[in-house]
Design a protein around this ligand. Structure first.
Ligand code: FCB
Length: 440
């Protein structure tokens, strides 16, 4: 890789990220049914109708997995605590679930890894899906209660807490585009989820502050968008996409407003009195997590209902997800966020990585594409620091090949290969390359 640890500020954190449902094995330890289990069990939603029942069996193998982070010389581990494991019905604590996260956090500390916890990485308990999930305002209060219960157990030992992972995916991808659980395609449901997920963030912040927690934030995802051509229609389409994807959440959280280009579609469907929630949503946070993967080129689709967008494929090399590789977008977001929204607040790249059809051959995985990808993106973060952004860490997505949601186990994002028949872990060449770079 083209960088070394000493190119970065002294306390810069290198780590890797995962999420509970994608790796733990949700059939273990008394976890409750989630909307991902039922979404996956419905034909047509997930490749081969695969689910997270076993996943990487991290529930039993977490020691080995944490050792992989330590062996790579990493400083931190970004993980999530499953709501449905901690509270199988969304409301009642499961002692085995709390014990698991207690052991997991202690195991990180024993190894000198800083725990970066995410409270919600998408495994909504089915009992709450039954009452409307994120379309129902009550879910935000139950999320606050979950925040209290898990924080009372491990909050004294985690280094940082993020309330929500990628609210755009929770709300828009899942309630408007229908690609993720609960698989809705309904603008009213989407508008409510777009607001309630922000309110859930605000509610969790209120609960964390009441406990005196001082290192709490949120993880947002950003997708670079460009007009596909010079036409006014394409420019307006790109601006609408930017408002829905990139501005809706950060503006609500840092300024207490929603962008006009997005409200023009959602306003008629928003829950009554949403304006009164904006103060709670925009209370101060301590850090911002930035997930970044790719760019999209947009034009208007005159035959489609609002927001009337059409993707025009670009000509950059793509990953196994068919996502274009565009490291400049990471630099652009880190500088834009610091200039327009968060100033000097610490930024962490909480996810960046790529999927590839990796294979183990003679006991090794040759993935030069990933090594280049990671190097180019870390260099983009380095340039953003030089340009004034207060970037304090980089987490590769993901430590392990895992359950990639609607793509099942087909897309391999890991720095460590997982054989899903034997569950054997094999560090890929990119893992060794990153290890060498951060040892320098
Ligand atoms: C992000 C998710 C993560 C993983 C990566 C590839 O949107 O946060 O769980 O699926 O994309």
């Amino acid at each position: 890789m083209d960088f070394k640890r000493t190119d970065f500020p002294e306390n810069f954190v290198f780590g890797a990220a995962t999420a509970a449902y994608q790796i733990e094995g949700h059939s273990f330890g008394g976890a409750g049914s989630t909307h991902w289990d039922t979404f996956a069990a419905t034909p047509g939603n997930v490749v081969r109708t695969e689910d997270g029942a076993i996943a990487c069996d991290h529930y039993h193998r977490y020691g080995e997995d944490l050792d992989l982070l330590v062996d790579a010389g990493m400083d931190a581990y970004r993980f999530s605590t499953s709501w449905a494991r901690v509270m199988p019905d969304g409301k009642t604590a499961n002692p085995d679930g709390l014990d698991f996260y207690d052991r997991l956090v202690d195991a990180m500390l024993e190894r000198g890894l800083k725990p970066f916890q995410t409270l919600y990485h998408w495994e909504l308990p089915s009992a709450l899906a039954d009452i409307g999930g994120w379309t129902n305002r009550d879910t935000t209060k139950y999320f606050g209660d979950f925040t209290d219960v898990i924080t009372d157990r491990i909050g004294d030992r985690v280094h940082a807490i993020a309330t929500i992972n990628e609210p755009w995916c929770v709300a828009y991808l899942s309630h408007f585009l229908g690609h993720h659980a609960p698989g809705l395609r309904d603008i009213r449901a989407a508008a409510r989820a777009m607001h309630h997920i922000n309110l859930a963030h605000g509610e969790a912040m209120t609960r964390l502050r009441a406990k005196g927690h001082k290192n709490a934030g949120i993880v947002l995802n950003f997708d670079y968008c460009e007009p596909a051509d010079d036409s006014a229609d394409a420019k307006a389409a790109s601006a609408r996409q930017d408002a829905i994807f990139n501005r809706w959440f950060i503006e609500a959280i840092t300024k207490g407003t929603y962008p006009a280009e997005a409200l023009e579609g959602f306003a008629p469907h928003m829950p009554t009195g949403w304006e009164d929630d904006m103060a709670q949503i925009s209370q101060p946070i301590d850090w911002l997590g930035v997930n970044y993967y790719t760019r999209h080129r947009l034009t208007a689709d005159a035959n489609a209902a609002w927001p009337g967008l059409r993707d025009i494929p670009g000509d950059l090399p793509v990953t196994q997800m068919d996502w274009e590789i565009f490291p400049k977008g990471l630099h652009a977001f880190l500088t834009r966020l610091s200039n327009d929204y968060v100033g000097n607040m610490p930024l962490f790249v909480t996810e960046n990585g790529m999927a590839w059809a990796d294979k183990v051959e003679n006991g090794a995985v040759h993935d030069p594409e990933r090594t280049q990808f990671v190097s180019d993106h870390i260099m983009a973060a380095k340039q953003a620091i030089a340009d004034g952004a207060n970037v304090q860490g980089f987490f590769y997505w993901s430590l392990l090949d895992n359950y990639e949601w609607a793509f099942g186990y087909e897309k391999r994002f890991g720095m460590v290969h997982v054989d899903f028949d034997t569950l054997v872990r094999t560090p890929k060449a990119s893992y060794h390359a990153l290890k060498a770079a951060i040892a320098r």
